[in-house]
Design a protein. Sequence first.
Length: 629
Amino acid sequence: MAGEDRLESTRRALRDALAQAERAAELARLLDATQNRLAEAEQAREEARTLRERLALAEDELERARATEEKLRRELAEQRYQTEVARWKLSSMQVARWTRLGDAIKTGKRNPVLLARGLRGAAKPAPRPARPKRQPLPPPAEKGKKGKEVPGASFQPRSSVRIVEGASVKLKPFRVPTGPNTRPHLTVAAVLDPHPEALVRYEWRQTVGFTPRDFARILPQEIPHLLLVGSVTEGPWVEEVTGEPGEGLRALLDWCAERGIRTAFWHTGGDVADYRAAAGLFEHVFTALPETLPEWRAVHPRAGLLPFAVQPRVHNPLPLATERYDRVLTLDELLPDNLSYPDVLTSYRWPKAVECPPGTPEWRLAEIAACNTPIGVPDARRAHAAIREAYARGTMSERTDEMLEAIGLPAARATLNVSVIVPVTAGGDLDRTLAQLAAQSGVVQAVLMAPEPEVAEKRARETLSADVVVRAADPGLTTGGLIGRALDLCEGDLVAVMDPRDAYGEHYLTDLTRTFLYTTADIAGKASYHVYLSGPGATLLRQPDAAYTYLPEITGSTLLARRAVLRDLGVADLSEGWDEVLMRQCRAEGVRVFSADPYNYVRLREDDPRLLSSARLLAYGPPEPHAYA
């Protein structure tokens, strides 16, 4: 029995050994197959890398060919123009009187009759041909599918016609501004839909228009500090960020990781589930939709808010060149589905007012209001107050500050702190002026030029929280001379001049300072404003049509200027008309001057015939409270 047991045990051991050998052989076969597949994959990867390199070389060659083509087109156009000029010169010379006299003399040498006829003909003036004009270079023919938008195309409006009740209305499009940006020290590579791109394009230097195929060639031209990719719904990146992340997106993120570039995903619309996988590859996730934040925080450790807000460069009261459409439109009439976002910015400024249904997003209401279009009842004063409320909710610059701080990038940007100059005169009310100044926001310094400096300084320090500088007002100095001396003491980014004789509302400086966020002006003020003449007891509105526009001049008691520009210009040593001289200097030196809204300031005088020009009588009696609002 023992022998049989040993034999059976031996047989089992042999069977186990055979089974192990078969398994080992199968594992070896599988390992060989896997290694072969790995080798094939590596070879395919090398071939793909080679193809990408070849594609990059081909794209570089294509760019060089396009540049050469452009150069040749320009040279050909210039040659054609020079040929036309030569022909014009020849034609002009042929019809010139001295040429025709010479021809007549040569022809009539032997025939007095022909000579007389030729001289009479030469004496008559002949029309000269018009000099040819240099024609603009035609754009190169677009390549690709018809109607396909070229990446990086100019962000400008395309539609100038709107249809209301079957009738077409032609508009003058709002030209979307280019530069400058808020943070020139930052470069961001952005993949965004047109609306979110319009919100952040002025917050930094922005690179757009690259695709999954050419980013490795375009982005090295200016290495970005941040890659910001949104939940795009159009363009070459849609398939890369929707559902399973594409190879192009993974390659872009790898490229950023190798260079230490921060990455952030911005959810601006659509279902969270559609973008969850792609967003998980980024260092940070932000959402513009507060209601989705809990869902994002559940799937990403660094999720935060980057909501839509007013962008001052595009959401502002700058009007269209055409008159407003004299109708109240509903939101669906104002914004048909076919409009691009630059065309939306035109529509915002178009109607007399807009009716918005319940449930309209807050950001949409803020954008419309910031463009000075009344929502609901057409009322200019309410529209002006709505602009202030829209900005008070926070601008895109402030939202971007929060995002950059969360990412760990510098959010620093230029400030707009104000130094206020008050040239105190015997006719001014110092206490009222100090009370009005105390109500203003953004004031870091008050510079008073007063005949009794000790008294003025004591009152100012009791009333104001800002830094106070008081100097004695030399009785021999003019108002312009006092302002010039005070200017040397100013430290704020902006310098304002306030007249103690006049009335300033509590939002005066806040509203006026805002103009430097959306204009390219170096000096702002008011050419349209309220006047109260106590002699006849009349309230006037000067230059009603001079609001929100660039003008040759504004009144000096509403002056707000960039400190460096004002110092370069200087202030004339005059008591009356110093501001008129300053405005002439601005025109001579190309300094842009902007006239803001007509509110928050009332000029108070007993009688001044000069203020009656270009003015509209509003009422007999003091101005209504809205003039200070």
